[in-house]
Design a binder for this molecule. Structure first.
Ligand SMILES: *Cc1c(COP(=O)(O)O)cnc(C)c1O
Ligand SMILES: *[C@@H]1O[C@H](CO)[C@@H](O)[C@H](O)[C@H]1NC(C)=O
Length: 414
């Protein structure tokens, strides 16, 4: 509903022949919204879902620093610092390493838009929602997509991957390191080498696992690796990080067609991020303030040390798993070696509706946990221990909340 405003008098004056109106010549049909007159109000919550995670005080503080221009030398320095931070968390020497202006999905699209050409064979491990999305994007590009479909909870052995490689001769294989919809940690040792024996590039999604479980881009011969800002890194959503091996870069530079996205075209981005030895040319306005946050997150994890961060997540997850089992709950991933330390999936206890439990924990404890996603909907509850919030105290809080929810929520509803 909107009401028309009084007509501006300037619009009513008769027009003289040849006169050009530079003032408003129409009435405003949409009035200023009442809702925007109220001050912004946001609750403070403990975010223990699969992301986003709570920001650290340090990350919040840099969010209010003054804005500078994207072509200022100080900004280029911040971008260079970020690239070094990414090289550290990915454990890579790749020069084509940068942050993408967009959430985790934009890094996935950046990878696929740049590396795949129409007609390329693309092999996808789809053991949850992320592989299904990679396959969807591959189809939009016009690649020949071959999906190795598995129920959530499954992972891919070297033998299964080798069968896919020899059958489909793909140019690219997609695997998810931390499958956050199912709670599976995909092993990665040997997969890159195997792909390279079959002239295939390896693309890995580490959005949910980076910083919480070991990954070694160069040593594991991963060709394209990406992650997000809002999980273990405790930064605001809206930026993601990506790196390309020399082999992946060669495929991009040998393309016969332009990538179908200008915004995510790696040649333009590589130049703007100073990955080439050439003067930087404006490509698009990067999210400057979000990049301050990303730099601060990378600085925080570099100070803590990757190994210490991995240990923190492993210990917090082990403590959570023990306490969940003591409550009589079952973990969805049976093999402890395949459990993702950052995001735990609990098999949905019989008789409950997952929505009741998630709402109870939110309404009575102000804590976010989540149900499943895509193929795991209705099968699991998901609890995330991400970055600064991967602590025993938070495990105690969420266990107390879950215990009460299990007592109070209706049973045998389903
Ligand atoms: C969260 C997540 C994404 C998607 O990231 P967005 O920032 O929401 O675009 C991709 N992959 C995995 C494994 C994730 O957990
Ligand atoms: C979770 O993280 C937020 C942000 O760092 C922090 O304010 C809060 O104290 C943390 N909660 C606990 C219980 O550690």
């Amino acid at each position: 509903m909107f009401r028309a405003l009084a007509v501006a008098s300037v619009a009513l004056r008769p027009r003289k022949a040849g006169q050009v109106w530079t003032m408003a010549s129409h009435q405003l049909l949409v009035s200023p919204p009442e809702a925007l007159r109220k001050p912004l109000s946001v609750p403070s919550r403990l975010l223990l879902g699969p992301g986003p995670s709570n920001l650290t005080p340090r990350v919040m503080a840099v969010g209010s620093l003054p804005l500078i221009g994207l072509m200022h030398k100080e900004m280029f320095q911040i971008m260079d610092d970020i690239k070094q931070g990414i090289q550290y968390v990915f454990q890579t020497q790749n020069l084509l390493t940068l942050a993408v202006s967009g959430s985790g999905h934009s890094a996935l699209e950046a990878a696929l838009f740049n590396v795949l050409e129409p007609g390329d064979s693309f092999l996808v491990g789809a053991n949850g929602v992320w592989g299904l999305r990679a396959a969807d994007i591959g189809e939009r590009i016009g690649a020949r997509v071959h999906t190795m479909l598995k129920d959530p909870g499954g992972h891919y052995t070297l033998q299964e991957v080798e069968e896919g490689l020899s059958q489909h001769k793909p140019a690219l294989l997609f695997l998810t390191h931390g499958e956050s919809s199912s709670g599976v940690l995909q092993p990665l040792d040997g997969y890159g080498e195997l792909c390279h024996r079959y002239k295939c590039l390896l693309l890995v999604d580490s959005v949910a696992s980076l910083g919480g479980a070991p990954i070694y881009m160069d040593q594991q011969e991963i060709d394209i690796l990406y992650s997000g800002s809002q999980k273990v890194l405790n930064s605001p959503p809206g930026t993601s990080i990506i790196s390309f091996s020399d082999k992946a870069q060669s495929k991009i530079y040998a393309r016969k067609t332009k990538p179908c996205s200008f915004y995510l075209d790696m040649k333009g981005l590589a130049n703007f991020w100073g990955c080439e030895d050439k003067p930087r040319i404006y490509h698009h306005t990067v999210p400057i303030i979000s990049l301050y946050s990303l730099r601060e997150s990378l600085a925080t994890i570099a100070e803590q040390g990757l190994e210490s961060s991995w240990r923190q997540h492993r210990e917090a997850a082990a403590y959570l798993h023990g306490r969940l089992q003591a409550l009589g709950l079952q973990l969805f991933v049976k093999n402890p070696a395949l459990r993702l330390p950052t995001i735990t999936t609990v098999a949905m206890p019989a008789g409950y509706d997952w929505r009741d439990i998630v709402s109870y924990v939110m309404d009575h404890f102000n804590i976010e946990i989540m149900g499943g996603l895509g193929p795991s909907v209705g099968k699991v509850l998901r609890i995330g221990l991400l970055g600064c919030n991967a602590t025993r105290e938070n495990v105690d809080r969420v266990i107390e909340a879950l215990k009460e929810a299990l007592q109070r929520c209706p049973r045998n509803k389903l």
